[in-house]
Design a protein. Structure first.
Length: 202
């Protein structure tokens, strides 16, 4: 029974992706591969899309069947690797430096070099920052609004690890899923958002 369900789910997802990626998807991919050139750590594999990326490339989640959206989001949530020690809060000071840093994952960066979170590119976080993006919602007073419960800590960690588990076609990167940020870095960002002493909540 389980195997039939898995096979059925796989067929549904394959059909959903094919139907909603768009007829011009192969043309666009071919053009990207023709124009993009590997350099440094930025290899051609960066153009390879997984099922979620291919599904969301040509359609917004509001335009997709909800059964497909829910199935894919459940898969993304299942991919979240929670901290083995069960602790979600790191050091908010490190989280602040991480949020301000946009370094990493470019062709000129060295393999294994730590990445920044670049959070201010899309969000308002602490009021001390005079410049921030508005693509994402304001996160100022995040902990004050949501509280600092174990459930909120776990949700916030998962959201940073893989935001597509909660909003399939969000523009927010899947930091943990993609290996862009480490477990400790994500913990530090969770602390930045939830620690009462963090400038976010003061």
């Amino acid at each position: 029974m389980k195997s039939k369900f898995l096979v059925g789910s796989a067929l549904l997802l394959a059909a959903g992706t094919a139907a909603y990626a768009g007829d011009d998807h192969p043309v666009v991919v071919a053009q990207l591969k023709a124009d993009f050139h590997a350099k440094g750590i930025a290899g051609m594999d960066r153009l390879d899309q997984d099922q979620v990326q291919a599904t969301c490339s040509f359609k917004h989640s509001d335009e997709l069947p909800q059964t497909l959206v829910h199935t894919l989001q459940a898969q993304q949530l299942a991919s979240v690797r929670y901290p083995s020690d069960g602790k979600f809060l790191g050091d908010w000071r490190k989280g602040q430096a991480l949020a301000e840093s946009g370094k990493g994952d470019t062709w000129k960066d060295k393999p294994g070099a730590p990445n920044g979170g670049n959070c201010y590119n899309c969000h308002q976080i602490a009021p001390s920052e005079s410049s921030y993006g508005t693509l994402g919602p304001s996160l100022y007073a995040y902990g004050k609004r949501r509280g600092n419960t174990a459930e909120t800590q776990k949700y916030t960690y998962a959201k940073i690890f893989n935001a597509k588990a909660f909003n399939l076609c969000t523009a927010m990167p899947r930091f943990g899923y993609a290996g862009a940020l480490t477990e400790e870095q994500i913990k530090d960002l969770v602390a930045l958002l939830l620690d009462p002493e963090s400038p976010v909540n003061r």
